[in-house]
Design a protein around this ligand. Structure first.
Ligand SMILES: Nc1ncnc2c1ncn2[C@@H]1O[C@H](COP(=O)(O)OP(=O)(O)OP(=O)(O)O)[C@@H](O)[C@H]1O
Length: 462
């Protein structure tokens, strides 16, 4: 009679918990009896019992009750002879399990009771306060802020991607730092994809796969950094996929970062790729001049709180924002060196001193963009021929793009004006100077020019 009820309510449970959960968690249960209001189930492992109890216990009790059974509580007993249904891991008795309890949801406690919270340490400096927002990162920042509220899951996963040193890790840590302070009830785990793989391999080796699964499936918010790392790594991908699905099925938030869009990560299984694309995908664009300047100013202000004797001459930060590449890490490195230099020489850091002190960094970032590249990109953008760019014609449709290219050459390379002039068909340095000035004026009065410059700079610095 009770068994018939179980058969009936399993169908209802499938509708309630979804196919995946049903196959993984409900199907392996065997109802062995009902005693004094306690329904006793046989399960392959304690972990499984605990999981079912926490996540589906209430539903099961309710359904049993509504089928006419006097059930008030569930109990799970381990049937050690049976191996877990989907586990690639060894037998259940080799694994240290958490005690079975039918107590309602105690999410964080489960992971912690194993003694191994899987996350990597957080950098306390990576907060939202220390993150400077500009056009290139405003969407990513807004999405991260939203997730950090810890409220209802809005988009799952949040997939952040962007080039080297553009703030992906900073944003993820900022989310985790905020959640850990404001929502200590949530089990927030941050780790790199490499660490995920390492822990997975270790669990396989130590025959602790069920522990591994248990820990990761008891997480409320999971963040995995640099997910491109698992591409091509078969069994790690597989495990990641299962972890991912288990958490999404339970409406737990997942945040992923990578150095490129999901569609561009080669050797990633299609089903993982499409899962990664199923939430909100936002990119951190290469920094633009304004953002770089904002970051430099913010970091300088912070530094001056600690060392008020620091003096940086006007124009130095602007110079660095123009000349150093899009990578914020390089920008920070340059600034750190400048601060150390400033305190060493004990006087104002002038433009000349800064150029001296950072000569190598400036040279490296110079190598990135050449006048030649600028000319090609600008010609392409304005749909003129490269030969016209360096040729003699002075009609506006050609002269203006030429001036834009000269302006960008001045801003983005370390070439002198005479040198730039030579590369524009042997023009005089005063012509270049005039061109640069003209564009500087137009930037203020003509928003189209400003947009063009922004687009071109991004394309060149990408
Ligand atoms: N918008 C920003 N405001 C302040 N600091 C930033 C910003 N963007 C990046 N940074 C700083 O730049 C450094 C590099 O950022 P981060 O480590 O987050 O980059 P990443 O995108 O994860 O790059 P990678 O993939 O190379 O690890 C960090 O010190 C970070 O604090």
């Amino acid at each position: 009679m009770i068994n018939q009820s179980w058969v009936d309510i399993r169908e209802d449970l499938e509708a309630t918990v979804g196919k995946n959960n049903y196959v993984n968690w409900i199907e392996p249960l065997e109802l062995s009896g009902l005693d004094n209001g306690v329904a006793v189930f046989r399960v392959p492992t304690n972990f499984m019992g605990n999981w079912v109890s926490r996540n589906f216990g209430d539903d099961i009790v309710q359904l049993l009750k509504s089928s006419g059974q006097a059930v008030s509580r569930l109990e799970f007993s381990v049937n050690a002879a049976r191996s877990p249904k989907r586990a690639t891991a060894p037998k259940a008795e080799q694994i240290s399990e958490v005690p079975v309890s039918s107590a309602p949801r105690k999410k964080a406690a489960v992971a912690r009771s194993t003694g191994t919270v899987p996350g990597a340490p957080l950098d306390a400096r990576f907060t939202f306060d220390s993150f400077v927002v500009g056009k290139p990162n405003e969407l990513a920042h807004a999405a991260a802020r939203r997730v950090a509220e810890g409220g209802e899951v809005a988009f799952n996963p949040l997939f952040l991607y962007g080039g080297v040193g553009l703030g992906k890790t900073h944003l993820m840590h900022a989310i985790a730092n905020q959640l850990r302070t404001q929502r200590p009830d949530l089990n927030v785990v941050y780790l790199s994809a490499e660490q995920f793989m390492y822990k997975f391999v270790q669990a396989l080796r130590d025959k602790k796969m069920m522990d591994f699964k248990q820990i990761f499936r008891a997480v409320d918010i999971l963040m995995v950094d640099d997910v491109q790392f698992i591409a091509g790594k078969g069994s790690t991908q597989e495990e990641f996929f299962h972890t991912f699905n288990a958490l999404v099925d339970q409406n737990k938030q997942i945040i992923i970062s990578a150095d490129r869009a999901p569609g561009e990560i080669k050797e990633l299984e299609d089903r993982i790729r499409s899962r990664l694309q199923s939430g909100l995908v936002v990119d951190l664009h290469p920094t633009d001049y304004e953002l770089r300047l904002g970051i430099l100013q913010h970091k300088t202000e912070q530094h001056m709180l600690k060392d008020p004797s620091l003096h940086i001459a006007d124009g130095v930060l602007e110079f660095l924002a123009h000349r150093i590449s899009t990578n914020v890490r390089v920008l920070e490195g340059a600034l750190t060196r400048l601060f150390a230099f400033g305190s060493l020489v004990g006087r104002e850091v002038t433009l000349e001193l800064a150029q001296d002190c950072l000569a190598d960094v400036l040279r490296t970032s110079d190598r990135k963009i050449t006048v030649d590249e600028i000319q090609r990109k600008v010609a392409e953008h304005y749909n003129i021929r490269l030969s016209e760019m360096i040729g003699p014609r002075r009609v506006r449709t050609i002269a203006r793009p030429r001036q834009v290219a000269m302006y960008l050459a001045k801003q983005l390379t370390s070439r002198s004006l005479p040198d730039i002039g030579r590369r524009f068909g042997g023009r005089d340095h005063t012509t270049v100077m005039h061109g640069v000035k003209r564009i500087e004026e137009l930037r203020i009065s003509d928003s189209q020019i400003e947009d063009d410059l922004e687009l071109l700079r991004r394309a060149l610095e990408a």
